[in-house]
Write a protein that binds this ligand. Sequence first.
Ligand SMILES: Cc1cc2nc3c(=O)[nH]c(=O)nc-3n(C[C@H](O)[C@H](O)[C@H](O)COP(=O)(O)OP(=O)(O)OC[C@H]3O[C@@H](n4cnc5c(N)ncnc54)[C@H](O)[C@@H]3O)c2cc1C
Length: 452
Amino acid sequence: MEQHRADANESGANGSDANDPGVDDPGARRTDVNGAEAHRSDARRTDTYRTGARRAVVVGAGIGGLTAAVALHRRGWRVTVLERSADLAPVGAGIALAPNAQRALDVVGLGDRVRDLSAWQGDGGMRTPAGRWLVRTDAAAAAARFGGPLVLLHRATLVEILTSALPDGAVRTGTAAVVTDPGDDRRPARVTAVAEGAETEWEADLVLAADGIHSATRRALFPGHPGPRYSGRTTWRVVVPAPGRPFAPHETWGAGRLWGTQPLKDGRVYAYAMATAPEGARAPDDEKAELLRLFGDWHHPVPEVLAAVDPDRVLRHDVHHLITPLPAHHRGRVALLGDAAHAMMPSLGQGGNQAVEDAVVLAHHAGADGGFTPSRALAAYTADRLPRTTAIVRKAARTGALTMLSAPPAVALRSVLVGAAARLGPGFLLKGFDGIADWRPPGGPARPDPSA
Ligand SMILES: Cc1cc2nc3c(=O)[nH]c(=O)nc-3n(C[C@H](O)[C@H](O)[C@H](O)COP(=O)(O)OP(=O)(O)OC[C@H]3O[C@@H](n4cnc5c(N)ncnc54)[C@H](O)[C@@H]3O)c2cc1C
């Protein structure tokens, strides 16, 4: 087994130097991409860092893990991201980023790049499957209320922006990791990673578990927690060339079904759908055929989008959420973030946004005052994040229940109420995002607020 050892920190979990008994063969020295000196023997290897920079190991290179890696790297941490997938390119889906996540990305210097490569969500609205408009959304009103626009980009673009802000070699793909010891103020955390059959042990001042909704780290640290629950809904996502005929961006609510079509900046469109379904159910033929059965007779542009879908490129995922909150978002030197900490239904489009918020809040506390005492920093992280994300998980579940109503009288009443609410003005509907989209990162604004 290889060993990678973190450097000293002031709380006692000190790394080693070349005299450390864990170093087997000082003669076989090398320098790795992070500037670490490695000492190698046939049996195992220990890396000793020359500088005093603290070491963070991130498990999972999704949006949460990558943003956290960038945020810590900018604060001078040595960061290694361990990702079990062979590559990082997420296929076939867009992601909407509200002003709250954009402000977090401003903190790490990436907000403008993200906005440049995104489509700004213009005026559109909510419709019935026959095409009647229930609500017209007002992008200008939303931007004025929340301090900026909602933007949409391809996930692969976001991943590319985040990874390009990290040093070469910081992300190790094809590497499955397990937290073997969460550590404490006096003892480093330990992570064992397996890549191409070889095992490596990492010691770290801080571990970020961003390993997604089915997080093994969460199960290990909180064995009594019931874990994610199936929401009763399944989703589909596709990215296809824009339909020939113009359309307005929309989200359309039917009985126990929903479809949204939104433009990407590159001329393609991102479409998503949700329906009530038993857990694990899959189309008997293919998912395009299933989408045609469920949505094929809905208003323009749905049939045109469906016609362009390649059945092999439809993403289908059942939606699970952590409706029971964790008792904390950390244990020892390990912080959970993103879906690992607070998976939610996509009904508010906030799962990824909250992961991005987590990342900058965590880096804020980890880097505070130039010192790092895990128990203090991570307790502050939990205190900031747990109440906020718990409230948003619950709100997403309530909104999800409303969008998925299926009994005809309830669907009819919903249309009447939504239409009546819309007539009260855009502010009434936007109120639902108060306290969410207007969030500001700790430490003051990273760029001037255009609404101020
Ligand atoms: C239909 C749908 C639409 C959505 N739309 C939006 C939206 O518009 N806006 C928004 O903000 N959110 C949206 N979300 C939610 C969003 O996708 C998630 O909240 C977000 O991707 C979570 O990011 P994450 O980094 O926490 O986890 P993930 O993206 O799941 O990343 C976890 C990573 O960890 C890796 N991993 C797991 N275990 C290990 C291990 N042992 N070792 C190494 N690596 C490991 C995985 O391979 C993966 O790469 C949507 C979700 C759905 C289902």
